[in-house]
Design a protein around this ligand. Structure first.
Ligand SMILES: [Zn+2]
Length: 412
């Protein structure tokens, strides 16, 4: 794996990862996001529907949360999860937790971490963790880490212990990694922990950078764990300690405004769970990220989507959706879309927007048809991946500020 930077503005990096995959046949543009999967498949989509998307990321993320319980099957199969799940033609990054699924804290010990599958909790020692990676055969994987410090009230002592544990897990993983024939050619990523404590973040980054890792995973910066301001300060401090020639993956951050701030702080790769969360609440991404709007279609777009005001009286499920919703999306379950015959986003080239209307999506959601999830996922992925594409274009043409203004406006 080789990282080539074509443009660096302060901390902001535009570049490409080359020679990826075992045969070195893949490349990944930076900054970028990973393709989100659960149990080795993109939720709602078959390989066929996935292939209708224009901007598919070159790296697919899988998580031990959903795969750990299938270890025996994968061991028996012997050819890794890529072949097993039909994830052809992609680089596979294996991480510990599914950022779109909650997992209860407090289960990390000096020797183990826990993951939660459909069958409940599975506790893993380093040896078991590495046996699992051996069965999965990813191209990249994160080393075992204690990420339990994500709660805002985590004490300094606890944070310090998590950093120590994570470093000791990394050393054990590295030693087993070298002895494992099946993981030859696979890159191991060191994990930076340290919760909200600046000194511990710096210590974790500095120590991890001393190890022979292929890249870095920045853990515990999740949206719910800290403010954007604190995240910005901590990420900037961590980045200073990391070498420039290795990629940095940030976990748990997906909202477009937060992504932009973290790219400015020096992050290269993000998880792709956000469009899935939007799909699950029956919403569609609709924020604007077009830098060179065609004047005519802009007028069209501006008339196309209006900001949703929140009515005073909401009942049942709608209240819950409104609480989770961000300003980057519209709620297709809302009655106002019942007779709205426009596409989700005017000008979007995805399968859903080319063929269907908001009113149809509203109907599918109201009648609990599975097709609603399929169509929303197609659009939301296309929209989100398109946003990253536009972000790279903005970095190349020095127009990140213009993109930020457009995105922060929210819906067009
Ligand atoms: Zn669309």
């Amino acid at each position: 794996m080789r990282l080539e930077l074509s443009r660096v503005l302060q901390q902001c990096r535009r570049g490409v990862l080359l020679d990826l995959g075992l045969g070195g046949e893949h490349r990944m543009e930076l900054p970028g996001c990973l393709l989100y999967t659960r149990c080795g498949t993109v939720p709602h989509l078959t390989h066929h529907t996935l292939c209708t998307l224009k901007h598919l990321p070159a790296v697919t993320q899988i998580t031990l949360d959903s795969l750990a319980e299938h270890q025996e099957v994968l061991e028996e199969f012997q050819e890794g999860v890529g072949r097993f799940a039909g994830l052809k033609d992609t680089v596979i990054f294996s991480s510990l937790h599914d950022s779109a699924a909650p997992h209860p804290p407090g289960y990390s010990t000096n020797k183990t971490v826990s993951v939660w599958g459909s069958g409940g909790r599975i506790e893993l020692t380093v040896a078991q963790y590495m046996a699992l990676q051996k069965a999965i055969r990813p191209h990249w994987y994160q080393s075992m880490a204690d990420g339990d410090t994500r709660q805002p009230n985590a004490t300094r002592k606890k944070v310090c212990r998590a950093v120590d544990r994570t470093l000791s897990h990394l050393d054990e993983c590295l030693s087993l990694h070298l002895k494992t024939e099946e993981l030859r050619g696979t890159e191991i990523f060191g994990v930076v922990e340290g919760g909200g404590v600046l000194e511990e973040r710096v210590r974790s980054a500095r120590e991890t950078a001393k190890r022979p890792v292929g890249g870095f995973v920045l853990d515990g910066f999740h949206t719910e764990a800290m403010s954007q301001e604190l995240r910005g300060q901590l990420v900037a401090a961590v980045i200073k300690e990391l070498p420039e020639d290795k990629p940095r993956v940030l976990l748990g951050v997906g909202h477009p405004d937060e992504v932009l701030a973290c790219v400015e702080a020096g992050i290269d790769l993000f998880e792709g769970f956000f469009p899935f969360q939007v799909t699950e609440r029956g919403c569609a991404l609709s924020f604007s990220y077009t830098l060179d709007p065609d004047p005519e279609s802009t007028v069209f777009e501006r008339n196309g989507t209006e900001v949703e005001e929140i009515p005073e009286h909401r009942e049942g499920e709608n209240v819950e959706i409104q609480e989770q919703m961000t300003r980057f999306e519209i709620n297709l379950k809302d009655k106002r879309y019942q007779d709205d015959f426009r596409p989700l986003v005017v000008g979007c080239g995805c399968y859903c927007c080319r063929n269907h209307q908001r009113a149809y999506l509203h109907h599918l959601l109201m009648t609990n048809e599975l097709l609603a999830g399929v169509l929303l996922m197609v659009h939301n992925l296309e929209h989100y991946h398109g946003f990253f594409c536009s972000l790279r274009g903005a970095l190349e043409s020095d127009r990140l500020d213009a993109l930020k203004r457009t995105v922060l406006q929210g819906r067009v």
